[in-house]
Design a protein around this ligand. Structure first.
Ligand SMILES: [Zn+2]
Ligand SMILES: [Zn+2]
Length: 222
């Protein structure tokens, strides 16, 4: 196991390590089991979001330790696009994609982890009101392709970003001034979660996480 798996929860969970694996620590999966990995490609894994605010809420996590999709190379971006399409179909309903993309350790753009991850949520709530709510903290602009805009933000403009994609409409915003976890707080308010429900350490929503493993898990994984 690489040293990163000892200090980065996502590196540990991607590799099935035990040193800081919340799926094991919270008793969601048996130690040594990889049943929480719902899907896997050359560059990514998909697992349920711990603290899921709705029953269908997964994270697409890169195998490579990097801060955000803005740092992905061409192969990773192609892989991600295909995986995103597959899971948008699999989750069904209105699927909201978002990423709070870090530029570096100082300019984190409201991200909750220092390892690239894309949130995918299926909900009946109206996406327009969510976009309006987020826009109170971060000015959002529509764009053709959030992933291309994310790469521009990080590699050309050298700053963090907030990217969203809802029903074929993509948005990007500059999140340099954003407070930590601001996005999850808007999300919780929009989805009608209980007060404080945005804090996944307090509300890990283990039942929802296990529900997703039951519905979407790969039974053949050992
Ligand atoms: Zn990592
Ligand atoms: Zn996040």
């Amino acid at each position: 196991m690489s040293a990163l798996a000892d200090i980065c929860t996502f590196c540990c969970e991607v590799s099935g390590g035990t040193s800081s694996n919340l799926f094991y620590d919270l008793g969601i999966s048996q130690e040594g089991s990889r049943d929480y990995i719902l899907d896997e490609t050359a560059h990514f894994v998909v697992f349920p979001c711990i603290g899921a605010l709705v029953p269908e809420y997964v994270l697409i996590v890169s195998k490579r330790h990097t801060l955000s999709a803005g740092w992905f190379n061409g192969e990773e971006r192609t892989d991600l696009q295909q995986l995103t399409e597959r899971w948008t179909g699999r989750l069904g309903g209105n699927v909201v994609l978002f990423e709070h993309g870090s530029y570096d350790f100082r300019d984190k753009g409201g991200a909750c982890y220092d390892h690239a991850h894309i949130h995918l949520i299926s909900t009946d709530a109206q996406p327009e009101s969510f976009v309006r709510s987020v826009a109170e903290d971060v000015a959002l602009h529509s764009c053709d392709d959030w992933l291309g805009a994310a790469v521009d933000s990080v590699q050309r403009e050298e700053r963090s970003y907030l990217a969203m994609s809802i029903d074929g409409c993509d948005y990007i915003g500059n999140s340099r001034q954003a407070r930590s976890q601001f996005f999850r707080q808007h999300l919780a308010a929009w989805l009608g979660a209980e007060p404080g429900g945005w804090d996944w350490l307090v509300y890990p929503e283990i039942g929802r996480v296990q529900g997703m493993i039951g519905r979407h898990g790969q039974t053949s994984v050992t």
